[in-house]
Design a protein around this ligand. Sequence first.
Ligand code: NA7
Length: 532
Amino acid sequence: MSEKTTDFDMIIVGAGFAGLYMLHKMRGLGYKAHVVEKGTDVGGTWYWNRYPGARCDIESLDYSYQFDEDLQQEWEWSERYATQPEILKYLRHVADRFDLRKDIDFETTVKAAHFDEGSGKWNIKTDKGDFTARYCVMATGCLSSPNIPDFKGQDSFKGDVYHTGYWPHEGVDFTGKRVGIIGTGSSAIQSIPLIAEQAAHLYVFQRTPNFSVPAHNGQIDAARIANVKSHYKEYRAQNKTRLAGFGEDGKYQEMSIFDVPAEEVQAELDRRWAVGGLQFGGGFADTLFDKKANDIAAEYVRGKIRETVKDPKTAELLCPDSVLGCKRMCVDTNYYDTYNRDNVTLVDVSGSGVQELTEKGLIAAGDEYELDAVVFATGFDAMTGSLNRIDIQGIGGAKLKDKWSEGPKAYLGLMIAGFPNLFTVTGPGSPSVLTNMVPTIEQHVEFIADAIEHLKKAQKTTIDADPEAQDAWVAQVRGIADMTLLPTCNSWYQGANIPGKPRVFMPYLGFPSYIEKCEEVVAKDYEGFKVG
Ligand code: NA7
């Protein structure tokens, strides 16, 4: 039996959307690439997040790969917003179709990645053995390191405990159970209506309410599928010109809401609400910049909440007083209506929070709730969590964790100065989570592959971010965010959901401008990168 190869051109960490395409791309270019994946199968985010109701909030015709025309033509999405099982099935199909599994080690966790200046290679340590590779790509995801708050008495609870991001593969039957769910972010908002249908009683422990807009999900209209598929390439190209990489062109989106007559504003908000989805927030040019403009759209949603939820006290508790869109809006099916059920109670923990887990349940706002199961829908250590979990060391043994102790710094969200030949797909400073993630991932993967081809042609072996270019990019990311209302609430965009995490706005706001910037960087011979 031959020895297992441990030296590769590239090691890719993670087998989600990013890792799979990176592998396919590099293999196609003739490189020896290999993926290391913690899960038992491909899927990344869509492998782990199996909670009831988990689905994408971007439409399935958009949230899919475009790198292969045959793939996008042959795959049939069934619903407007794909469920987690359907996206996982799609990614499994992609892995089989391009024969990717043979180059993936599953159930293997990367513990460390150290740059060896002598060999110019990365030494990658896993729990199953070590690898060396000239290039290392962290395709570790943005929302992939679950946040489990450290409540007092955490281990004393005798019932079942779940986190939405680590959901059991076999599913959970809550029939007849008293269930408590902590959190009211997107994962909670998607799962609450379904858990409520099963549970004897569901208590929702809410620290901060979120804005949610209806998905109006359903089977995708066959005519729409045929239409998009008849010109998929042009359809994708048009999306690339849009602010978040998806959506529609609205009549007023270049206009201030104050320049549009009030009845037309109302009609446009009604129209967007009826269409459903994240596009609700994109109607007017100033919604994300001017608090008064934002208030109009925010108050519209509050009106819908008050209209839907029968108990006025519960309705008020569900109405956010923050800026619409400063936390990622949620997209739901029957979320607000679920509070009209007799077996659902909203518990306000905005003051003292969930105080303690006990043997029988939990204590919140001074009262003990007896429960059979607790669901943590408490989100993720976004954008940096999965990178910081790995002991990454660059030039001179410098640790990434130390370099990022005051907040993450990266150039274009793709490379980190001092960590040569290490790439991040959708790292901090990438537009990633503010866009349709799949096309953004494809763009990053293609940028990385092109950069490596560039090195090969130039007979060079190393690429690294220039610290000054990196600092300028970090300043630009923050500068743009500061022009908007986005930093005004405690969002995971700026690390505010994790105690002690430095508060730095991480994603770059501006998808078409990001692509233009990357193209300019390449045209200027990899401006801002040091090639050697
Ligand atoms: P989110 O959006 O980060 O939501 C997490 C929720 O958990 C949010 O309501 C938090 O309240 C709440 N939370 C977190 N810690 C606590 C503690 N200690 N006590 C009470 N409540 C807490 O995560 P999701 O998984 O729902 O969604 C993540 C993204 O995935 C989403 O934006 C989409 O892009 C898809 P808080 O608001 O911090 O007061």
